[in-house]
Ligand binder design. Structure first.
Ligand SMILES: [Zn+2]
Length: 315
């Protein structure tokens, strides 16, 4: 795992260029991964500093190490903040955002109601100025998620938040060349909560990241079917692997279409067998280099819209 080299080097003062680049697999086109020529603060500084000018001009994605849960922080070149899921507690992600000096979250996506994705949502909605909330619309009756929705609706009624049910085909121009597209779900809603996961594509020039929530094979088949003959439209440089690497997601067919260079699994200690060995094999067979938040810590991917780089070793 190439992250190891970065993790070791990152303890010292160095530039991002010290991290080993990831070579493209044979025969695969697309943006060439490279650590880049970017002179940057050391990782610890980058991680802790207020985010005003770090990696300026780049799209920066933090796959946060929040244990057996999902939370991904994205900052656009124009300074917009996107948060996809919130971890499973009300402190970890809030603490990260505050440490970075974030006061406003422009877009919050809650992929589906499960607590390992929405556990921090009430705290995020309470402690930060959130512009728009995209959610699955899946009717889920947990007390926690009810509180999240009630909070969101009260903020909306006060004119402080837009609440939108995410539906395939919605596209949002975030500015500075960054486009967010919803790939899943469609109406009518799927009946299984994981399959209702909001799947999000974030594009910046030639760089694309795909965030699959906890979507399973059923969702993947639906996404492939909607893409029809345009499977290349699903290609992504980086894939947030679905459902913590579950065996019920990341089908070979889906991975062939996405053809990720990097696969990031947000996972912690668990009794589910995540990530599953077969899933890891399929990711590798698809040409992806795998990073995991349980062993690599927080994973950062950054891009200028052409090249891209990756850092590991947070936490
Ligand atoms: Zn999950």
């Amino acid at each position: 795992m190439s992250g190891l080299a970065c993790a070791i080097l990152l303890g010292a003062t160095l530039f991002l260029a010290s991290c080993a680049p990831i070579s493209p697999p044979p025969g695969q086109n697309g943006a060439v991964g490279q650590a880049g020529d970017l002179a940057s603060p050391p990782f610890d500084t980058l991680f802790a500093a207020a985010a005003a000018d770090e990696l300026a001009g780049r799209l920066v994605i933090y796959f946060l190490d929040t244990g057996q849960s999902d939370a991904t922080y994205i900052r656009t070149p124009g300074g917009k903040v996107l948060l996809i899921d919130t971890g499973d507690d009300d402190k970890t992600v809030v603490g990260f955002l505050k440490a970075k000096g974030v006061s406003r979250i422009d877009i919050l996506v809650l992929t589906h109601p499960h607590a390992d994705h929405t556990g921090g949502a009430l705290a995020v909605l309470t402690e930060f100025d959130v512009g728009t909330l995209y959610h699955s619309g899946f009717a889920h009756t947990s007390e926690h998620y009810q509180l999240v929705l009630e909070k969101a609706l009260s903020l909306q009624q006060a004119g402080e938040l837009s609440v939108i049910e995410a539906r395939a085909g919605q596209t949002l121009d975030v500015g500075e060349g960054v486009t967010v597209t919803i790939l899943h779900p469609v109406e009518p809603l799927d009946t299984q909560v994981n399959e209702a996961s909001v799947v999000v594509r974030v594009a910046f020039g030639a760089f694309v990241a795909l965030f699959a929530g906890d979507a399973g094979v059923e969702s993947e088949r639906a996404i492939l079917a909607r893409a029809g003959g345009q499977l290349s439209s699903l290609a992504a440089t980086v894939l947030k692997v679905a459902h913590h690497g579950s065996s019920g997601a990341s089908s070979a067919e889906f991975l062939a279409a996405v053809s990720p260079r990097v696969a990031v699994i947000e996972v912690g200690p668990n009794d589910y067998g995540h990530p599953h060995a077969d899933t890891l094999d399929r990711l590798t067979a698809a040409g992806a280099t795998i990073f995991r938040t349980d062993s690599d810590g927080t994973v950062i991917v950054h891009s200028d819209g052409e090249g891209w780089g990756l850092l590991t070793g947070g936490d």
